[in-house]
Design a protein around this ligand. Structure first.
Ligand SMILES: [Zn+2]
Length: 380
């Protein structure tokens, strides 16, 4: 390697082998120490993972390092995407850590792939990729901006919707969760929807952060034509499901009823007198008479509200099925039925902090927890 001669860092094969036998941190530190006159150097890197808004994990042919965009760094910032090859011109380097800093003197330009071993096939990096340590947690993706490319995620498809036509394309929406239970939505475009199935775990590479929903985080992810899917063994994900949390408490009332006509296929609210659902596009012969309401649940000292739809209450309140002569009677029947009942709720958390009841179970009154909460309630 001749840094001073070419002004560019290129690791040859023998050094690749040597480097990967050490920890990546040590090896990357070695890079930095080599650069005695950093202002004359450029470094070619491959961006593997975005670790936070300004920090990236990068590698050259042989080893890993951190890349940090400092305040003031602007030139070529738009090229800083995962899975891209970049040349860093005038990086700020220190020998203290394995980090390449970008400051207001630095410039980033796109470059071609490395002429030697592609980084993903390098021994050390491949092992890390295989062990999943380079998968980006969805919690980290939450901080990304629209257009950012997400290198690799390991997720379970906890819910999959039917594909919808959008112009000449089709898109199916999947709810995905990673091992920590963090979730987001993934739009699967065209044939990408056919390669995944609900309940399975996949390592998905090269998705892009959407600009939707506009004012919420996390933004949805979208497949691109470069996205790849690899089904992984999912035993670690056994406990991961669509349900975000389980709550228990005593029902102290059901309020805020809203009655509406819904689609018999997708259960979404229909515009008046509509013959074709505006959400799923299916024909509507007979609309459902539907409602949503809020279950007020006393959990210890506090009362919390959970949004419940008719179809969920139908599972436990037989009377709700037979919609009474008028709405007031429906409200009264449901309240009479659930009053003081000890409920176990499976809950879905929505981005806007609303909590939706996914399923409800009435617990037997002999339950020990029930007695405790019931006593609290009676003392009020
Ligand atoms: Zn519909």
């Amino acid at each position: 390697m001749d840094i001073k001669g070419s002004g560019e860092l290129q690791i040859c094969h023998s050094q690749l082998h040597q480097a990967t036998t050490k920890s990546p941190e040590m090896a990357a530190l070695k890079i930095v120490n080599f650069l005695e006159r950093p202002k004359k150097a450029t470094i070619k890197v491959y961006v593997i993972q975005q670790k936070s808004e300004d920090e990236y994990l990068v590698a050259d042919d042989s080893q890993l390092a951190n890349l940090i965009a400092m305040e003031g760094f602007k030139k070529g910032r738009k090229h800083l995407n995962t899975l891209s090859y970049l040349r860093v011109i005038l990086p700020a380097l220190t020998s203290r850590d394995n980090t390449i800093y970008l400051d207001d003197d630095s410039t980033l330009v796109p470059c071609g792939p490395f002429s030697t071993v592609p980084v993903e096939h390098g021994e050390g990096t491949a092992a890390k990729l295989k062990s999943g340590s380079l998968d980006t947690p969805l919690e980290t993706v939450r901080g990304f901006s629209p257009g950012d490319v997400v290198g690799s995620i390991l997720v379970k498809i906890v819910k999959m919707s039917e594909a919808k036509k959008v112009g000449r394309s089709s898109v199916a929406r999947a709810t995905i969760k990673d091992i920590s239970g963090s979730k987001t939505c993934l739009s699967l475009w065209n044939e990408k929807a056919k390669v995944v199935k609900e309940g399975s775990v996949y390592r998905i590479k090269h998705t892009k952060v959407d600009n939707f929903p506009p004012n919420e985080s996390p933004k949805h992810l979208s497949t691109t034509f470069r996205s790849t899917f690899k089904e992984e063994e999912g035993s670690d994900f056994e406990a991961i499901s669509i349900v975000d949390e389980r709550r228990e408490g005593v029902c102290v009332g059901v309020s805020d009823f809203f009655f509406y006509a819904s689609c018999p296929h997708c259960f979404k609210k229909l515009h008046d007198d509509i013959k074709k659902c505006q959400h799923c596009g299916n024909d509507v012969d007979i609309a459902r008479e539907d409602f949503k309401c809020e279950v007020n649940l006393q959990e210890g000292e506090e009362i919390h509200q959970f949004i419940a739809f008719k179809r969920v209450l139908d599972e436990v309140v037989s009377e709700s099925n037979d919609l009474a002569e008028d709405m007031a009677t429906t409200e009264r029947r449901i309240n009479e039925y659930l009053e003081d009942q000890h409920l176990s709720l499976e809950v879905l958390n929505q981005g806007n902090s609303k909590k939706i009841v996914h399923s409800v179970l009435i617990l037997p009154t002999g339950d020990a927890n029930f007695s405790a909460s019931q006593d609290d309630y009676m003392m009020e």
